[in-house]
Ligand binder design. Structure first.
Ligand code: GDP
Ligand code: MG
Length: 308
């Protein structure tokens, strides 16, 4: 016992909002799932899967990250895409840090440039995650980092693999380091602010996209019509909207086989998510131009960004 050194000061707790930005299919949803450690954002090998932004709360001993998984950013082509763009811009404007996710397996293109311009406009701190490093040889990573570094004044550039989890913890701690000091924004057991219905719809939609492969357009939508929690079972009924009879036939399949497979796979995920036994009733409905139907958009959580 000699000097009375004070104990080293604990690093300050940090908390703040992070928007994930990046063109479709770069791995944003996969990254959210990896960071959060639970399936909250749906993953698909088709672009534009994530229509709504998903808020997830990541708790670490040194801080709390509130993550927005913004929809894929691209040039507006029809109404829904404008809404998506709107929501992305709004997300970026409200956060402490923007997390730009880019794909190292694809060369930098117009879609990325669009994201970069948007981020520059936003004036936010930007952390760049160069994703999918598992898919390229290691020596190729450095030149790609160099190439991106010239595009923006990044707060950090972190190569990661959302698929394998490589370097994702480094990314998380770099993000935390850029957040303001402060108390947690949400209770620790808070996972997301989106209602369970939304997750149920997303899980069904994910199965449809995955199982029908390229036969269905992105226009397929799912709306949960009823959600009743009983003592032993949660009874859920949902409508699947397609635009044509031929698409309805694809979703139903021979003798109902496809719909049955979709239902079974979705039910497994929903049961794991809700931690309850689930009865899932699925109904396929043809509604031409359902995307233009404001009421349907409203039910799917897209109504808040209406501009007209
Ligand atoms: P999002 O549209 O940006 O949300 O992208 P997703 O998370 O849906 O991922 C799109 C596709 O890329 C899926 O097939 C993922 O499995 C794949 N993917 C995502 N992250 C990685 C990664 O780190 N490495 C590899 N090899 N594939 C990935
Ligand atoms: Mg996604």
């Amino acid at each position: 016992m000699t000097d009375e050194d004070p104990p080293p000061a604990a690093p300050p707790f940090r908390a703040g909002f992070v928007a994930m930005v990046g063109r479709p299919n770069v791995g944003k949803s996969t990254l959210v799932n990896q960071v959060v450690g639970q399936k909250v954002a749906i993953v698909s090998d088709k672009p534009q899967t994530t229509r709504n932004r998903i808020l997830a709360v990541v708790n670490r001993p040194r801080g709390q990250l509130v993550l927005f998984d913004t929809p894929g950013i691209h040039k507006p082509m029809h109404r829904m895409n404008e809404r998506m763009l709107d929501s992305a811009v709004r997300s970026i404007g409200q956060v402490d840090v923007a997390l730009w996710v880019a794909d190292v397996t694809e060369s930098y293109g117009p879609g990325d440039r669009h994201v970069r311009d948007l981020l520059k406009q936003s004036g936010r701190k930007v952390v760049l995650a160069l994703n999918k490093i598992d898919a390229i040889p290691k020596p190729k990573i450095l030149p790609i980092i160099e190439q991106y570094r010239h595009l923006l004044d990044f707060a950090d550039v972190v190569p990661v693999s959302a698929l394998t989890g490589e370097n994702v913890d480094v990314l998380t701690s770099r993000l935390l380091a850029h957040l303001p000091e402060g108390a947690p924004l949400y209770p620790e057991d808070f996972l997301t602010d989106l209602p369970e219905r939304f997750f149920v719809a997303e899980m069904v939609r994910e199965k449809i996209l995955r199982m029908t492969r390229d036969e269905l357009p992105y226009s397929t939508g799912v709306v949960v019509d009823s959600f009743q929690e009983g003592p032993d079972i949660v009874r859920i009924e949902a409508s699947i909207f397609v635009e044509r009879d031929t698409q309805k036939a694809i979703v139903i399949g021979k003798g109902g086989s496809m719909l049955k497979a979709i239902g079974t796979a979705a039910r497994h995920d929903i049961e794991a998510f809700l931690e309850a036994k689930v009865f899932l009733g699925l109904f396929v409905k043809v509604r031409e131009k359902w995307r233009e139907d404001a009421a349907t958009l409203e039910q799917m959580g897209l109504g808040e960004h209406r501009r007209e």
